[in-house]
Ligand binder design. Structure first.
Ligand code: AMP
Length: 214
């Protein structure tokens, strides 16, 4: 299956994509992860992206589209993919449409994880990644045993540089202004599947599988 995950920062796109990847033969393509890797590796692309990321703004379409074009040409996407955090504006959505047409591929669905804005803040400020396992956790919501397991495995709970209150506010504004119009875009294309993204992670995952017929 070829899917786009839509939703505000903190709506659970990354977490739910990781679960689909674990259960089905799909790959997760997260532009945020690819950009953070480039920043950590200190590449030219990473240096160009860092300022926008630190401010919670979108990185230029040119950078992001180049990364996506390369990624979609790797053979592992043939089993299906989840685009997580891309497209982020209408111009990226149009470019994706032509890129997929050139590659002879078509999207099966755009899944919108719908979460109220007041819940998003807590999810984002509490979010941590285990440095050892890469597992996404939350200091407010994850079971203590899962948080402790990271330390026991020799890892540390890392907070993303852009998960601070000031940057979060900006990222949510950017989402409202630039990304939300994609809901109507995918609805018109007949691809939109809306899932209530609040509450228990297992329940949300079951709803996602339900709308995808998995
Ligand atoms: P994310 O991990 O998806 O929340 O992305 C983190 C940051 O990376 C965003 O705040 C943007 O600065 C940048 N970013 C990720 N995906 C995109 C995209 N598709 N277009 C532009 N910027 C992006």
């Amino acid at each position: 299956m070829k899917i786009v995950f839509l939703g505000a920062p903190g709506s659970g796109k990354g977490t739910q994509a990781q679960r689909l990847v674990a259960d089905f033969s799909m790959v997760q393509i997260s532009t945020g992860d690819l950009l953070r890797e480039a920043v950590a590796a200190g590449t030219e692309l990473g240096r160009r992206a860092k300022q926008a990321m630190d401010a919670g703004e979108l990185v230029s379409d040119e950078i992001v589209l180049g990364m996506i074009r390369d990624r979609l040409q790797k053979p592992d996407v043939d089993g299906g993919f989840i685009l997580d955090g891309f497209p982020r504006n209408l111009s990226q959505a149009h470019s994706l449409e032509s890129m997929l047409a050139e590659l002879g591929k078509r999207l099966d669905a755009a899944v919108l994880l719908d979460v109220d804005f007041d819940i998003l803040m807590k999810r984002l400020t509490g979010r941590r990644t285990c440095s050892k396992t890469g597992k996404l956790l939350n200091v407010y919501f994850s079971p203590q045993a899962e948080l402790d397991a990271c330390g026991a495995a020799g890892g540390e709970l890392i907070q993303r540089a852009d998960d601070n209150e000031e940057t979060i506010g900006n990222r949510l504004d950017v989402y409202r202004q630039q990304t939300e119009p994609l809901i109507a875009y995918f609805e018109q294309a007949g691809l939109l599947r809306t899932v209530a993204g609040a509450g228990d992670m297992d329940a949300v995952y079951a709803r996602i599988k339900g709308v995808l017929g998995l």
